[in-house]
Write a protein that binds this ligand. Structure first.
Ligand code: PFF
Length: 531
């Protein structure tokens, strides 16, 4: 149904492409990509920094109007493109709009964005592996004040030399281990690596989360002098809405950004995963299930573990301060201290950090896959070599994030790769889907092999509301912040050179990828016209 004739080259059947082995497998893999550090570190920090419950309204509206539609769109476009042998956005976009010579270059974002996120995400993921060991080994068990725990983190990250760490050595070793683990999983392929790993990692992750969840919900009020600092008020902090925050454009931007980041949509990763589906595979129910699993992990577990627990021990004012003072403080400073106050504290600490590690690695492998798939699909490079090439390039690119963390390199990468690219790419995708592919075509494509129907209202939402919402966000950003970002307003003078170097590197990365796309198309074209 609705598989129009391709451009000859792409019309071949692509039975040699890898496939997921089961529906459960793909759901676990997509949920694995979605459930990540974003759910347990980024989300609580965003909620706390944006006034608690206030954040939840734009968050849920963004989920309904952006997140869920884009999830279905990416699953659909991905499966469609896979039918033409394309697993990444340049090829997938080209299959949809064959007459347009430029659309494939917009697709470059779908390889570039995940690669940019990968190079800092993997490093942060490696901290969680390190902290899992530290928790079990009791390395921070003697520390009981926030300031000490912060020192410990700064020492580990190499921001300062102190009594805990004298060099970046331990962080580098844990990074190497984490990188290698990622490479092994990707090397083993879609079915034998990613799917197999996610099938055990996801239940293990939920098991750890459940232990922590039950433990936190049964916390009493620890300080008799402050009876208000209890778990009910902690939950209230997350859930009580503050309508006035809806007037702040920034809160809306943050909420939309969080939805994209947490669902892994708007960046090309789900496109790639969905390209390994077969034509008849259901996508509506599977996509919805993966989204629900992510939201459960984010809102119920992420929102109801870390924040209420921090609230009980530190009170409402302190949590906002902690969250505002850095994205990682809630997870790496406050949480270990909270868990230390409980029986079996080292096991609890381990459960927390290992949960983060599993969440992280099931996401980072998904970030690597588009680049690997691009080399395989568009250059016919064998998987082993593709992983080797990707590994070598990504490994080098990770180094600025490791060594120049204190100069703002990670934040800069997160802004371009983890925020702006998402909104731009999502806008291109939704317009292609509903206006170029055509809503009628798109609608039947979505439902091909589906076990469940998408509510009709989404036809209207996807065609008008989602693009309008995205364009408004982009427009508001361009209007308010564009010049400030370009001229590095607020960046300390000593860091400017690092930020500039990061931007230059990103630009070069983008250009190289665009040139590769051009090269791949030229090769294919030549192959096609040859008798
Ligand atoms: N969704 C992941 C998280 O919440 O941590 C991060 C992520 C993975 C973002 C894959 C984007 C992506 F393509």
């Amino acid at each position: 149904m609705n598989y129009p004739k391709g451009d000859g080259v792409m019309e071949k059947t692509h039975s040699h492409r890898q496939r997921w082995s089961s529906r459960l497998g793909i759901i676990m893999a997509v949920a694995g990509s979605a459930v990540g550090l974003g759910n347990f570190l980024r989300f609580p920090a965003k909620v706390a920094a944006n006034g608690g419950g206030a954040f939840m309204i734009p968050y849920f509206i963004s989920l309904l109007l952006l997140g869920i539609p884009l999830m279905w769109i990416e699953w659909t476009l991905g499966r469609y493109g896979g039918g033409f042998g394309h697993g990444t956005a340049p090829g997938i976009f080209h299959s949809i709009w064959q007459k347009n010579r430029f659309i494939k270059y917009f697709g470059v974002i779908g390889i570039f964005g995940p690669l940019v996120i990968f190079i800092y995400y993997t490093y942060i993921e490696s901290w969680t592996l390190a902290y899992s060991f530290f928790a079990l080994a009791g390395k921070y068990s003697g520390l009981s004040a926030q300031a000490d725990m912060k020192n410990f983190l700064s020492g580990y990250q190499g921001l300062e030399q102190n009594q805990h760490f004298s060099s970046l050595g331990p962080a580098y070793i844990f990074f190497l281990i984490t990188f290698l683990l990622n490479a092994i999983i990707i090397y083993k392929g879609i079915k034998g690596g990613i799917e197999r790993f996610c099938k055990w990692a996801m239940p293990a992750l939920f098991f750890c989360a459940l232990i922590l969840f039950v433990r936190v919900l049964t916390l009493g009020a620890p300080d008799p002098a402050k009876p208000d600092w209890n778990i009910i008020n902690g939950l209230g902090f997350v859930w009580n809405p503050d309508w006035t925050a809806l007037k702040s454009a920034r809160v809306w931007l943050e909420a939309a950004g969080q939805i994209f980041f947490t669902l892994s949509v708007g960046i090309g990763v789900i496109l790639t995963y969905a390209s390994y589906l077969s034509k008849g595979d259901d996508i509506v129910l599977s996509g919805t299930t993966a989204t629900s699993v992510n939201e459960f992990a984010e809102v119920i577990l992420g929102g109801s573990v870390i924040l209420p627990a921090a609230f009980v021990f530190f009170g409402p004012v302190d949590i906002q301060n902690i969250a505002q003072s850095g994205l990682f403080n809630l997870g790496f400073v406050t949480m270990p201290l909270v868990l230390k106050q409980m029986p079996l504290s080292s096991l609890m600490g381990f459960a927390w950090f290992f949960l983060l590690f599993l969440a992280g690695i099931t996401s980072s492998v998904s970030l690597a896959q588009p680049a690997v798939a691009f080399l395989e699909d568009e250059f016919n490079i064998k998987r082993g070599r593709a992983v080797l090439i990707f590994g070598a390039v990504a490994f080098i690119l990770c180094h600025p994030a490791i060594f120049f963390l204190k100069n703002g390199v990670v934040d800069e990468l997160d802004f371009w790769g983890g925020t702006l690219c998402l909104v731009v790419f999502a806008t291109v995708e939704v317009i292609l889907f509903s206006w170029v592919f055509g809503m009628e075509n798109a609608w039947s494509e979505v439902h091909h092999g589906a076990d469940m129907e998408v509510p009709k209202i989404y036809k209207f939402i996807i065609k008008y509301i989602t693009p309008l919402f995205l364009i408004t966000i982009l427009g508001a950003w361009l209007y308010q912040d564009w010049l400030k970002v370009i001229f590095m307003e607020g960046v300390p003078p000593e860091n400017r050179i690092y930020i500039l170097a990061t931007r230059l590197t990103l630009l070069i990365m983008f250009i190289v990828l665009a040139v590769l796309v051009r090269h791949a198309w030229r090769r294919k074209y030549r192959e096609e016209v040859r008798p």
